[in-house]
Design a binder for this molecule. Structure first.
Ligand code: NAP
Length: 279
């Protein structure tokens, strides 16, 4: 029996808290504001930005989307991020990916004031996270931990295997799991015998970006599987990095796609924004 470790209820709870905090902040004269900087014409990115903006507005956070166009230069993006960092009406800044080919997200995100870096994109935020200092963690990585906690999955002493080592998901998720006393293994495209390594996981986090790469052979019986993947399908749907059909019946629990990590990620971005507005 595989439990569905859904994220929609958790996300709704977080948005409720955010709405209360946003109303209090507005009443005190500091209405919270979020800015999303976009420099792409990518349709799935546009869909994601619209969903953030909608969720923000519904919770009482003013959200402005700054679209610099897909021909924006790294310098133009840097200047915009610096301007928003200095804008007192803006408390959270998100630099949306993908970016133009000559732009390096970690480099540009260094122009986001760490106090407003609600998606933990500034390398300083990741460094502080790794050092165990207060910082905004990338929301997707934090959503992994929030889901595990929400569903009561014990982490201390558990073997957590993270597949993927990106700056936005894999690495910060590994740091957060380590902070919770899990024994952490990080896998990537050069990992040998991937299935053997992942089968040793009590908690398996898939953040690969390859549709349904992980199947029953990668999962130990009774493991808990968190699927971060969001891969668009030709028919307009979404599949994860885990083959849910094959893993169901073997794993103890699996997050659905959609409806797992995604909604929690968005809710945490909003929570970070009101935390930043509180100062
Ligand atoms: P990414 O930057 O492309 O990183 C993918 C990672 O997977 C890399 O570390 C890569 O290894 C590794 N990898 C690729 N193929 C592999 C293989 N065959 N075996 C083992 N490892 C392999 O992707 P990302 O930005 O971290 O995103 C990962 C997934 O999460 C994507 O599906 C993305 O859409 C999704 N995502 C979801 C949310 C959400 O809110 N739900 C937010 C962000 C991302 P190398 O380092 O060796 O190349």
């Amino acid at each position: 029996m595989t439990a569905t470790l859904g994220g929609t209820e958790l996300a709704a709870g977080i948005r409720g808290e955010v709405a209360t905090a946003a109303a209090e902040l507005a009443a005190a004269g500091t209405p919270p504001g979020l800015a999303v900087v976009v420099a792409t014409a990518d349709e799935s990115s546009a869909w994601y930005v619209r969903s953030i903006a909608r969720a923000a507005e519904r919770t009482g956070i003013a959200c402005s989307v700054v679209d610099l166009g897909e021909t924006a230069t790294p310098d133009e993006i840097r200047v915009e991020l610096a301007a928003l960092s200095g804008d007192p009406a803006v408390h959270g800044i998100i630099l949306q990916t993908p970016l133009p080919a000559d732009a390096v997200v970690e480099d540009l995100a260094a122009s986001i004031d760490p106090a407003k870096d609600v998606d933990g994109a500034n390398p300083l935020s990741l460094g502080r996270l790794a050092a165990g200092l207060p910082a905004f963690a990338p929301a997707t990585a934090e959503a992994v931990l929030a889901l595990l906690d929400h569903h009561g999955i014990p982490l201390s002493g558990a073997h957590a295997v993270v597949v993927g080592r990106s700056t936005v998901v894999g690495k910060p998720a590994a740091h957060l799991l380590l902070q919770r006393d899990a024994t952490v293994t990080v896998c990537h495209s050069r990992t040998k015998e991937l299935a053997e390594v992942t089968r040793s996981a009590d908690v398996l986090v898939a953040a690969v970006g390859r549709p349904e790469l992980l199947t029953a052979e990668h999962v130990a019986e009774d493991a808990v599987v968190i699927d971060v993947g969001t891969n668009p399908t030709p028919d307009g749907g979404l599949v994860g990095d885990v083959d849910a059909g094959s893993v169901t019946g073997r794993a103890a629990g699996l997050t659905p796609v959609p409806g797992g990590v995604g909604p929690v990620t968005t809710a945490l971005l909003l929570r970070h924004t009101v935390a930043s507005a509180r100062g």
